[in-house]
Structure formats: structure tokens, C-alpha cells
Write a protein that binds this ligand. Structure first.
Ligand code: SAM
Ligand code: MD0
Ligand code: SF4
Length: 349
């Protein structure tokens, strides 16, 4: 079947198979721009010219886990930091003033934050809600089932936890000493507690196209309202340091395929892979949320790119707004974003 035929099939939502999706993921040459423009117009049809922007606050880089791909894995010796409650509050407030729609409170699985059933983390979430008044995503890693309700009560809107791959064997080589089903359940438990959820995959971990197609289908059927694909970036000092990275085009193609299959979902363009240089290409592939916006000179790190474009200000809200303006796109107001979340929460009950 030709790429055009498969794209038509996605539009009619008519019996699209895993093979069709793998075929779409393998597009080359002129078919790539066909795919991107189809995805882009689906996005514009559903969301218009409006995009959402998320501020990224990686407030603790301590972690008890040892993921093979991650710079912040336990056994990598690095200078780490943990921001205080007041620091996280001030950062969130200034991101809000600059115009972001949501703050993504992200941490390594920091034992200090996890202690006493997440007391310290939840205090931060509650204070950001009460004292700053902005939508909140919590990205704390894997949490026990019984704790999710506390996240909802503290005022989190979203819970993000990425499966990385739905290939169990590959998962076990990546997320060492972690359980596939426990991580999968995070999304279900979070939803049951009334939270919106985000799932994600990494591209270029050694997965096949069939794996990637399968992961995209599985993410879709879990019912997460936001799904992402991010290129794996090799990290110094990790077992995957010398793995050859894939071309960013594979991530862009995954974004476009996710958009065609799931027109209504939020799909990030992360600045954490190629920095600001990767913004336009991701939006052109069908993304509608900009993530990993990081304020400069606050000693905050990214995850995949811990420094790139942070202190030169190119990942700042101001710079992103300027570029969006040039592209003829607008940021949704917080009232618009909040009413979207309200609708998504009502639909997910
Ligand atoms: N510690 C929490 C967890 O693992 O769920 C939340 C933060 S974690 C650093 C967020 C995500 O960053 C991971 O799930 C993974 O998808 C992504 N990530 C980590 N290292 C990466 C790398 N080297 N390249 C690309 N993405 C990476
Ligand atoms: C991002 N570096 O948005 C962040 C991170 C965690 N919820 C998100 C992977 O790209
Ligand atoms: Fe820790 Fe998250 Fe990195 Fe894994 S991906 S080592 S859980 S910070």
C-alpha cells in the first residue's frame, strides 16, 4: 500500500494494522513531507494555530534508580542538586509570569522527596497550586498505587511516567531493576485517581520499526491524554555512552504518525533533544505542546540535554514566544488551557 493510501486510512480510522503503522514509520524521500503535512493539517484542524507551553523544573537530580540510558543514574558520579521548596515556588511563579501554561515538576527518584509517602514533594505541589496557581504536571518516577490519591489531593493535574518501550526484553535492559508492569500500571493508577496521564517512548534504543509501531498502538490504547516520542541521546558515564544515536527524523516521523492516529492528543515538541533548533521541525511534524522550556541562570538542568541552550536563554519562555510569533502560532491562554484540562478530566471519568 502507498503512503498516501495509509494516510487516508488513518483519516477514515478504518482498520489500520500494525504493519500499516510500521510502513508509515519507514517513510523515505518525498513521502516524508507528505506525512508531515498530513499530520500538521490534522493538528491545525483540531487545535488551530494555538500551542501549549510547559515550563520544566527538574528540581532534584538525585535518583535511586540506575536506568542504563540516563545521565542521572545512581552510579554516575556527578554534582547533583535539590532545590528547596521556596526555590521551586519562585521558579514556578516566574515561569507563570513569563506566560507558561503548566509547570512540569520533575525529579529523579530522590529518596528525600519520596520519604514519608512523598511528603516533601507533595508539599511543593500543594504550595505551587495554592501560592502560584498554575496547572501542574508531576514527574516523580514510579509511585505505589496507594499514593496516587495524595497527588490528586495536593493539586497535580497530570502524572507523567514514560514506558520508553513496550518491548519487555528491551525494557529490562534499559530500566534496570525495575518492573515493566509496575511502570505500566502507573498510568492506570494515576487515571483511577483522577489524574491526566502522559506516556512516552524513546526512539533509537535498538528497537525495531515493529516495536515502535507496537509501542505507539499500546500508548494510544492506554488512553493517556498526552503521548510523546523523544530521541535517545547518549550520556557520558553510562553503559550506553557509545551507542550511535539515530537521526532526529525518526522521532519526527513518530510524532507525525502519533498525530495521524490520535488527532486529539497532546503531543510534545521537546526542546531537550536538539535544543531550540528542533522546535520548528517538531511543530511541522504535528506536535502541539512545547516542553522543556527552562529559564536561564537558575542552575536548572535538562534531562537528555542537560545544558544545551539553557544559559544562552534560547530555552526561555521569552525566546520561545518570539519564535512562535515568527511562525504565526500563538500560545493558548491559561483560561483556555485550564478549560481543556477540565474537559479532558471529565471525559476520562
Ligand atoms: N525520574 C523520572 C522517571 O524516570 O520517570 C522522571 C524524570 S526522567 C529523567 C524523564 C524521562 O526522560 C525518562 O522517562 C526518559 O524518557 C527521558 N530520558 C532520560 N534520559 C534520556 C536520554 N539519555 N535521552 C533521551 N531521553 C531521556
Ligand atoms: C521534556 N526533559 O519535556 C523533559 C522531560 C518529564 N515530564 C519531561 C523528559 O523534554
Ligand atoms: Fe532516575 Fe528517571 Fe534517570 Fe531512571 S530516567 S535514572 S528513574 S532520573
Amino acid at each position: 500500500m502507498s503512503v498516501v493510501e495509509i494516510i487516508e486510512k488513518t483519516k477514515k480510522n478504518a482498520g489500520i494494522s500494525k504493519e500499516d503503522i510500521a510502513e508509515l514509520l519507514s517513510v523515505k524521500g518525498e513521502d516524508v513531507s507528505l506525512l508531515f503535512s498530513a499530520a500538521s493539517s490534522v493538528r491545525d484542524r483540531v487545535f488551530g494555530k494555538k500551542v501549549f507551553i510547559y515550563g520544566f523544573v527538574y528540581f532534584s537530580t538525585y535518583c535511586r534508580n540506575n536506568c542504563a540510558f540516563c545521565y542521572y543514574r545512581r552510579t554516575n558520579h556527578l554534582p547533583r542538586y535539590r532545590k528547596t521548596e521556596d526555590e521551586v515556588l519562585a521558579l514556578s511563579a516566574s515561569l507563570k509570569d513569563a506566560g507558561i501554561n503548566l509547570v512540569d515538576l520533575t525529579m529523579g527518584e530522590d529518596p528525600v522527596m519520596c520519604a514519608n509517602d512523598y511528603d516533601e514533594l507533595l508539599r511543593i505541589v500543594r504550595r505551587v497550586r495554592d501560592e502560584v496557581g498554575i496547572s501542574i504536571m508531576a514527574s516523580p518516577g514510579a509511585v505505589p498505587e496507594a499514593s496516587f490519591k495524595r497527588f490528586t489531593d495536593a493539586g497535580a493535574d497530570w502524572f507523567a511516567c514514560y514506558q520508553e518501550t513496550y518491548n519487555r526484553e528491551l525494557f529490562s535492559k534499559l530500566r534496570l531493576e525495575q518492573d515493566f508492569d509496575n511502570r505500566l500500571n502507573q498510568k492506570i493508577w494515576a487515571k483511577n485517581a483522577g489524574l491526566l496521564t502522559e506516556d512516552g517512548i524513546m526512539v533509537g534504543l535498538g528497537e525495531t520499526l515493529a516495536d515502535r509501531a507496537d509501542s505507539i498502538i499500546r500508548m494510544g490504547s492506554l488512553g493517556c491524554q498526552q503521548i510523546r516520542a523523544m530521541t535517545f541521546v547518549p550520556q557520558k558515564g553510562t553503559p550506553m555512552e557509545n551507542m550511535r544515536p539515530t537521526e532526529p527524523i525518526d522521532e519526527l516521523i513518530s510524532i507525525a504518525v502519533m498525530r495521524l492516529l490520535f488527532p486529539n492528543k497532546l503531543i510534545p515538541a521537546s526542546l531537550d533533544v536538539e535544543g531550540i533548533a528542533g522546535l520548528k521541525t517538531r511543530l511541522d511534524a504535528g506536535a502541539n505542546v512545547i516542553t522543556s522550556i527552562v529559564p536561564p541562570h537558575e542552575d536548572l538542568a535538562g534531562v537528555a540535554q542537560h545544558e544545551l541552550d539553557i544559559d544562552n536563554g534560547r530555552r526561555s519562555v521569552e525566546h520561545v514566544l518570539h519564535l512562535l510569533d515568527e511562525m504565526g502560532r500563538k500560545v493558548a491562554t491559561n483560561t483556555e488551557y485550564e478549560s481543556l484540562l477540565k474537559r479532558l478530566k471529565a471525559e476520562s471519568k
